[in-house]
Design a protein around this ligand. Structure first.
Ligand code: UDP
Length: 491
């Protein structure tokens, strides 16, 4: 990567402690370092290995330009189990408020650490995850700009801005009544309130003060860093800049920060090796990959319906299941007998109960489609790999992302989910226990994997986006130039 040689500002990157926030924020750090800017990533001891491993993989074995600092996370002081240092470690919804208390104490310790840093390690700019609201005060003390990283794409952020300003969600009679979100004409965007991000829901497991603090933080920051590229979300990034009055830097897809092929974590774990070896034996574009992010768990009855659809698929299926340990015995038994693939007559479904190397999987030539929960990280990784999607949004901003994938970009088939799934934050009841039957899932997957002329159209649009994604990060591309601008902004 060609970069100019002037002395670059030092960025301090502080990811919000959640796996799916840490991953893209560390990738942002890697991109800044690849552009010659020194970076310090501040994290917690339990996440330091994840951060360091990613930094070294992106740097082909070296962490040149990036320093990783671990500050203790006061889990025990806040009444959390020892080692509970990421939101996805929190065992139950009633402990979520304690996690936010611990995150505030962690912020105080990080602030103190930053105040004591002297040149050349004194930050010239801070990039902070959405929940690290304290970062703005520290940045002001240090005279450094503070930028926010939400984890959302530009379209979802634009929708959120509209919801804050115009509040159409408050004028509906029920959580199911659709209303317009006219942010990206000529596309028609209609949503029900229950499909919105948690902060716009009337009922949730997090108190209003926390969301008020998030809003004050995002209004106070100097700029917004987005994992996206300008060619992807139509004019969303520019519209977001106009709507917020802030500098918006679309610098993605950040998953492409590694040298080609180097993020292939074949050697990382037995599960990773098993996935990659299984894919190696499959025909090009023949495999359906199924995964719902770092935390997505379906109610057991819904998982059974999905499972029945997957084991009857005519294509090989690679299915990543989170939380299998807490499934009822009979569901687990069924999974054991019906999946686990190779050798089992009639089933071509490999189930991975744990962590799968998603980026290398999506980039594998055998993968032809992705059934996703529409988390923004997964969405962008699929776009960057040129893989069309079937969409099954769970919660957060995922219904907004589904709209973008299906109707704006034309690279997805909706499964037809209308209600969110229960999560640690959203306080949804058991009404979402089983919304979609096996036959409905199969219809969507058939369209995704085959789909005739429409399927061809989705596949070719996906390939066009893949080429644009790669070009955005190359020298002179939009994300490349936005990274340079971000560095100038901080200087
Ligand atoms: N991921 C992974 N392996 C898994 C599950 C998730 O590598 O088994 C990664 C995935 O590649 C993505 C992130 O975890 O980078 C999930 O982020 P996303 O925004 O899609 O969803 P969230 O976890 O926030 O719901």
């Amino acid at each position: 990567m060609e970069v100019s040689q002037w002395p670059k500002p030092l960025f301090v990157v502080i990811p919000w402690p959640g796996t799916s926030h840490i991953i893209p924020m560390v990738d942002v750090a890697c991109l800044l370092a690849a552009h010659g800017a020194p970076v310090t990533v501040i994290t917690t001891p339990a996440s330091a290995q994840l951060v360091q491993g990613r930094v070294e993989r992106a740097g082909q074995g070296s962490s040149a330009g990036i320093m990783v600092t671990a500050i203790p996370f006061p889990a025990a002081e806040a009444g959390l189990p020892d080692g509970c240092e990421r939101l996805d470690h929190v065992p139950s919804a009633d402990l979520v408020p304690r996690f936010f208390d611990a995150a505030t104490l962690f912020g105080e310790a990080v602030a103190e650490h930053c105040r004591c840093l002297v040149a050349p390690r004194r930050p010239n700019a801070i990039v902070a995850g959405i929940c690290n609201t304290w970062a703005h005060g520290v940045a002001r003390e240090l005279g450094a700009p503070c930028l926010i990283f939400h984890g959302f794409g530009a379209f979802a952020l634009l929708c959120s801005e509209y919801l804050y300003t115009h509040r159409p969600q408050e004028a509906v009679a029920s959580p199911d009544e659709p209303f317009d979100l006219p942010v990206l004409p000529p596309f028609e965007c209609k949503f029900a309130r229950r499909q919105l991000p948690v902060r716009f829901q009337p009922s949730r497991n997090v108190n209003d003060d926390i969301f008020r603090e998030f809003r004050q933080f995002e209004m106070a920051v100097d700029g917004i860093v987005v994992n996206s590229f300008e060619e992807l979300e139509h004019d969303s990034a520019a519209r977001l800049a106009a709507a917020t009055g802030k500098a918006v830097f679309a610098v993605g897809p950040v998953s492409l920060c590694g040298a080609p092929g180097f993020l292939d974590s074949r050697a990382d774990s037995d599960d990773a090796r098993r996935c990659m070896a299984w894919l190696d034996a499959k025909k090009a574009k023949s495999v359906l990959y199924v995964s719902f992010g770092s935390t997505g768990r379906m109610p057991p009855a819904q998982l059974m319906q999905l499972g029945l659809a997957l084991v009857s698929c005519p294509w090989p299926v690679l299915w990543v299941i989170k939380g299998a340990d807490s499934l009822p015995g009979e569901v687990n038994e069924w999974l054991q007998h019906s999946t686990d693939a190779d050798g089992l007559p009639g089933s071509q479904c490999l189930a991975v109960r744990g962590w799968a190397p998603q980026v290398p999987i999506l980039e594998h030539q055998a993968v032809g489609g992705f059934l996703t929960h529409c988390g923004w990280g997964s969405t962008l990784e699929s776009v960057a790999a040129g893989v069309p999607m079937a969409t099954w949004p769970f919660f957060a901003e995922q219904f907004l992302n589904e709209k973008l994938i299906v109707d704006v970009l034309g690279v997805g088939v909706p499964v037809g989910v209308t209600k969110p799934t229960k999560s640690l934050l959203n306080g949804v009841g058991d009404e979402a226990e089983e919304e979609v039957g096996a036959e409905q899932v199969k219809r969507a997957l058939n369209k995704l994997m085959d789909g005739g002329a429409d399927g061809e159209d989705r596949r070719s649009k996906s390939q066009e986006l893949k080429a644009k994604a790669k070009a955005a990060l190359e020298n002179g591309g939009s994300s490349y130039m936005n990274l340079e601008e971000l560095i100038h902004f901080a200087a």
